[in-house]
Design a protein around this ligand. Sequence first.
Ligand code: GLA
Length: 416
Amino acid sequence: MLIADDNGSGPTTSGKQGLAVLARAAARAFATRFGTAPRWLAAAPGRVNLIGEHTDYTGGFALPMAIDRYTVIAGAPAAGPLAAGARPRLHFHSAAVNASQDIPLDELPRAGEPRWANYVRGVVAGFQARGLRPAASLDALAVSEVPLGGGLSSSAALEVATATLLEAAIGATLDGLDKARLCRQAEHDYAHVPCGLMDQLTAVLGEESGPLLLDFDAERARPVPIADPSVRVLICNSNVRHSLGDGEYAKRRRDCEEAARVLGIGSLRGATVDSVDAARAALGPVVYRRARHVVTENARTLAAADALAAGDVGRVGALMYQSHASLRDDFEVSCVELDTLVDVARDVGAAGGVLGARMTGGGFGGCTVMLVRADRVVAIVDTLTREYQRRHGRAMTSFLSRPARGAHLIAPDGTP
Ligand code: GLA
């Protein structure tokens, strides 16, 4: 169950009001379940990536923003002393799946079923690896407005919110970069997805002042303002998820590592269009196209960050369309449903208020991200919904988001 999610086709904005409402819902659900008010409320957002896709695990650039849709975890020390022989544990309830799990705090949690709990287990393991353990058992309850499985990093939001809760319970504050790395490690070791750092870093560092230009080589972040006040970020969910996505992600990563090996460099960050072209025969056709995507995407991302800050949204939009074409043709991670949404958006065009569109996230389904004029949103969503339904016989869902604040604690009464 997603609390306060929009399941209709209309665009909605949740914003700060949405987070306060969600936090209060988490506090109430916690009190009902555990018979006491929570001591901590930890929030972490989902993310949407404006441009710079499949570049994070090769030391490149990306321009994601945290969205104003959060996962909130309410938590408190478990009531009463530990029974004789009982082990300290984190009792974790997920409202999204209406199920609970006990995760040991005094030994390394094991990955397994149910799979949603692996993200929590992995984060607990990361704290243990740093010698950080809560002194006693904890109760926790999570609610979320981040669409699950939509490519908006609901798993990173869960990991980072869990880490934020554990920081509060232990009384320790991790450095932001270390916290993101800890959560990425949870994803690698416990969910077996060899992801990069983009999702976790955005969930930790997100800022209301704008998307973040992330440099994964230097591991640095810089907010980039959206200078044109008439521009909005529209996220459209195709509501499809092609199962081949999982194995294909790892394959793409291996292709990029192979390209770097052939080029004799540590990562594709050191490659250029010329060096990739010069090695075309040695790379072979598939790895060549993968590498070409990465080097051109890095250049597009830097150009888009400059154009966004300069108010040149037409230029940002053109780069987004190019990014989509590169992901579709060279990196081969799009799908017909995402291509439809981008094609329809391009047909609406700047005259109809669409400045740019592309798939966002890992691909094989999930969402598109579009830059649109605020006063045209309703008509744009109408057209996309109608055409998507007509061509694919399914409903698109959509919402607007502003750049949002990264993970933080909320006062126990729900005031952000
Ligand atoms: C997923 C991964 C990220 C990143 C994107 C593609 O979201 O978790 O690390 O690689 O795909 O840009």
